[in-house]
Design a protein around this ligand. Sequence first.
Ligand code: ATP
Ligand code: MG
Length: 357
Amino acid sequence: MSVIRSYAVWNNKGGVGKSTITFHLASRYAEAHPKKNVLVIDLCPQSNSSMMLLGGGTIGEKNVLDLCTEALPKTVVGYLSTVIAGGAGAPLPNPFNFVVNVKSYNKEMPKNLYLLCGDGNLEPMAPAISGAAAAPALTPSMQPWVWVHKVFSEFIKNIGTQEENSDWMVFIDTNPSFSIYTELAVSAAQRLITPVNADDSSRVATNAMFILLHGQTPPHPIYGSWTFAAQAQKYSLRIPAIHVIVGNRLTQYEGAATAFKALSDATADTLYTAFKKHPKYFTKKKDEAKNLETFRQAYAVALRDFNTAGVVSAHLGRPLSKMEQGYYPVHGLNVKVNADRVKECSDALDELIKFID
Ligand SMILES: Nc1ncnc2c1ncn2[C@@H]1O[C@H](COP(=O)(O)OP(=O)(O)OP(=O)(O)O)[C@@H](O)[C@H]1O
Ligand SMILES: [Mg+2]
């Protein structure tokens, strides 16, 4: 029996580090767990994590474009359009016709890392996906909304059945807008990894996330019945629970330590208030969180600012483990990377990986 675990890296807020975290987390997790298969599904049309994984910079960009422009794209769009064109009930295509092994594009990467590549055409395709989900049900057992929203959870289930006893860890990168493809990403994941920055917009976005996932009380008089949350409840679709909150770039504000601490505490407070009211919005942990401090220990991890080391590593599509002290080319500049900084970034990532089970 294969064991499959799936995480979406999601916050309803742009630029909090979703793609950077997906890149570093997937590559480091794969290195640390050579016996497991690791899959990244890039459900953001910006395809940033795909570009980093497939070599970074202009190389990664070209590799993504090549996959997107194949006759049958080896991307999320290739898979989605094949499934939707086949119609509900048609046999599902082999996931491996669409997934690529990252190492065959980027030799720095571990061989157990796979990618269902992002694709800019996800954006123009969105109305077609929404249209398929909104189609009337022709039989009681085949609900188009459920079928479309389960496309990627079925994909993940299917990839696990291709090889016996193969364990899969799946990370899904998302877009900050709650568009149809983000609904699909969230519906495919068992758990959420939620990056936050130490600012008010990040804190507010976490409340918006709960409303998008679980609905508003009382529901909006007009839109309330159309929402993802309402449909998910109607069809008993599983909603992923927050497993870990990643305070990202936390040392960015070192110069303004007091303001930073106040903002970071405010975000933790907001989340702890949600936890007290709705513990089911969060995964169950071994030790029950009884106060703000134990809540933080159970659910929050601090990822320091990666500074030059992490940013150069993502730009070059090179895992942190392959970064040595020295100068690296970044768009015509030679940028110095310090070994101590690389070690700090790797240690911070390992702290996050301890949460991933
Ligand atoms: N820990 C970090 N240290 C330093 N820079 C970081 C860190 N995390 C993210 N960044 C930088 O912040 C910017 C935004 O990161 P990223 O693209 O990963 O965010 P995102 O949440 O995926 O954005 P979007 O919502 O547009 O998809 C990038 O320039 C990235 O290099
Ligand atoms: Mg992104």
